[in-house]
Design a protein around this ligand. Structure first.
Ligand code: ADP
Ligand code: PLP
Ligand code: ZN
Length: 297
């Protein structure tokens, strides 16, 4: 243990473009983390393109990697981060991985982005949903669903700020002390809703961040958001709203840069094949200017 925070990041890999580990590893490294990626799938590109080809790992293949690390005494992590998971056996095995990591470090923080889909559509096999809901959520420290995922995890309809706050309470009751609903569209604006609990019996501290909706379709923003939330909440462990302000401000910086670069070469930024301009946005990641303040609720 060198004192450097160390993240095991289990997410998708795309050969081309920035989602999953390709969206999370670089920003976390910039924020000073050691990041060890396990690629849950290896795809040619993200699912916004007409064709996707590649490989999906199963549970045994994940376990083989963990056994290799264990045999060399390399299983000390401060954080587990999970995102897109391609198969049911793999998701079940993630639970075993978590259990093992917590025997090595009982204080391990598990940050879970329960990637399922968006705008009412699944981009995973829906048979994973009950496993997320009943087995994964209860063991997560921080949970970062989008609106669609929060609905699937609670069975609630979430269309207003009040409904989002209620969903956070339901999720807290199941396990995670920190819940961030990364986006909720209300009146053409996007809201991020955050909720944190110091202990089970205290009321949650809740806040919202309002941001303009950019008229473009991005993929990988949720993965980047969760990585940034992990990063900044390590620096501000008792202030989720501060961590969220910094994460949102970085992300909006990356999106502005992305749109500008597309427009500069005459491309319309509303294509589904759009890719985040991540490598070009290092300054936005390391030193965000807080332009979207959190409001206490
Ligand atoms: P996911 O990609 O998992 O569905 P979200 O859509 O919630 O996750 O996006 C995560 C974050 O990315 C949001 O909190 C917001 O800051 C930013 N974001 C995504 N799409 C847009 C957009 N069209 N306009 C402005 N911000 C966006
Ligand atoms: N990983 C892969 C391979 C994907 O295709 C997607 C979404 O299409 C994601 C992860 C999740 O992306 P987002 O961060 O937009 O939820
Ligand atoms: Zn997502």
């Amino acid at each position: 243990d060198t004192g450097t925070p160390r993240v095991l990041s289990i997410q998708s890999h795309t050969v081309q473009g920035y989602v999953g580990n390709k969206a999370a590893v670089f920003p976390l490294q910039l924020l000073g983390f050691e990041v060890d990626p396990i690629n849950s799938v290896q795809f040619s590109n993200h699912t916004g393109y007409p064709t996707v080809r590649g490989q999906v790992l199963n549970g045994d293949e994940l376990w083989a990697l963990i056994e290799g690390l264990e045999a060399n005494d390399l299983l000390y992590y401060t954080h587990l981060l999970t995102g897109y998971i391609g198969s049911l056996t793999f998701l079940e095995m993630v639970l075993q991985v978590l259990e093992k990591l917590r025997t090595v470090n009982p204080n391990l923080i598990y940050v879970c982005d329960p990637v399922m889909g968006d705008d009412g559509k699944f981009y995973i096999n829906p048979e994973l949903v009950p496993v997320f809901r009943h087995k994964v959520v209860p063991v997560a420290t921080m949970l970062t669903p989008n609106q669609f995922e929060a609905e699937n995890l609670t069975g609630l309809r979430i269309q207003t700020e009040t409904e989002a706050l209620e969903a956070c309470e339901v999720l807290h009751a199941s396990g995670p002390s920190q819940v961030v609903i990364t986006s909720l569209e209300v009146d053409k604006k996007l809201l991020l809703i955050g909720s944190s609990k110091q202990n089970k019996d205290e009321p949650a501290r809740q806040f919202k961040i309002t941001m303009p909706k950019i008229p473009a379709y991005f993929t990988g923003t949720g993965d980047l958001m969760t990585a940034l939330l992990l990063g900044w909440s390590y620096k501000y462990p008792d202030d989720l709203s501060k961590a969220a302000e910094l994460a949102v401000s970085s992300l909006q910086g990356v999106l502005r840069k992305t749109i500008k670069d597309y427009e500069d070469v005459g491309l319309p930024p509303n294509v589904k094949q759009l890719e985040l301009r991540l490598i070009q946005s290092q300054a936005e990641i390391t030193s965000p200017k807080v332009s979207y303040p959190a409001e206490r609720l």
